[in-house]
Design a protein around this ligand. Sequence first.
Ligand code: PLP
Length: 430
Amino acid sequence: MRERPSSAAAFERAKRSIPGGVNSPARAFGAVGGHPLFIARGEGPYLYDLDGQRYLDFVGSWGPLIWGHCHPAVQEAVEAALRRGSTFGAPCELETELAELVIAAVPSIEMVRFVSSGTEATMSAIRLARGFTGRSTIIKFAGCYHGHVDALLVAAGSSALTHGVPSSPGVPPGCTQDTLVLEYNDCQALADVFRQHGDQIAAVIVEPVVGNMGLVEPTAEFRQELRRLTLRYGAVLIYDEVMTGFRLAFGGAQELYGDHADLTTLGKILGGGLPVGAYGGRRDIMRQVMPAGPVFQAGTLSGNPLAMAAGLATLRLLQRQPPYAYLENLGRALQNGLQQALDTRRIPGRVQRVGSMWTLFFTAEPVTNYTTARQADTRRFARFFWEMLDRGIYLPCSQFEAAFLNAAMTPQHIAQTIAAAEEALDILAH
Ligand code: PLP
């Protein structure tokens, strides 16, 4: 493993004043050992660390940077907004412009409310669904992550049909007792729960394509059952598109699959690299949000003009020059190249991908849910991660995270990544 003394020193210093040295745990390289890179700057598809090394960035700030780092249109929009003032605590037209663009992009969204993170978006959507239905129970799926909302920090109980138990100290059991945790893609369990608890279920929240246990696709049957059962029992179907929104298509997973959720949560790309989240959906539900309705939700920096400007610039670019077909081609080439590199070396592994989101799982079997994801060889992943890093390829530092392509990448970058993986896998094979 290459020495990175400046990052090592920066991490030691950070650990003295920031818990674990990071402001979000996924950044700490805990799952792969060693210390994180400290980043000096980004440019297009590249990150540069404090030790002056350049890396091809497949993390993209965990999803937002679909155009890569420092796209001039986004930077200029933020600079222009900054000159007019950083925050007003009063409405400005940029908020309506971005709302109109979101509504144009996602047909199921008739009204939208901006917040400052994906966590706030899912927290608010759950509260709204409960307020709208007058019910308390929510269903989530094991391995899906929806931010650090107390009610969603749950592990499955001992049986699939038991109520969730807190997955973090500090979350009282009362916060999770109304959360049911099911296995992803399990239509039978879903139907059973609705049969038993249907009239108490306020909402089902789901990642329509999962990024947070590594990349896992929904089956068509699962998506259809989600829609059928929520309609039948009057529960709110929440698609958490914080990661997939504007990434899998301009209209997110819902455009890709032709689905129609009741509420959608957004974040990441929506803010173009600045802190933004949003929840939106059916007008009759959204009209329950204060001050139009009684369900409380607020934010000092909600609809912040710098963040709105970054989001508008990012989304307008996506609308004018859709990169989706290009990213699909890059993604397919990468997937094929990596899969071939695994297969020719007889290393058990699967490259799972939808559009520009992908994961190389070190497991022979298809990964369809949290149970199968956890069968992956995480020690082998950790070795692969460091070999790739030493070859200038920056991957997510966990087996259970999706990697992202961005539109600043070229076919040469894909070839470079496959070549690096071939070398790394040669080392792993011996
Ligand atoms: N929902 C999904 C699907 C996510 O991937 C994330 C973050 O990774 C969140 C919600 C939470 O968003 P944030 O980190 O902006 O609070």
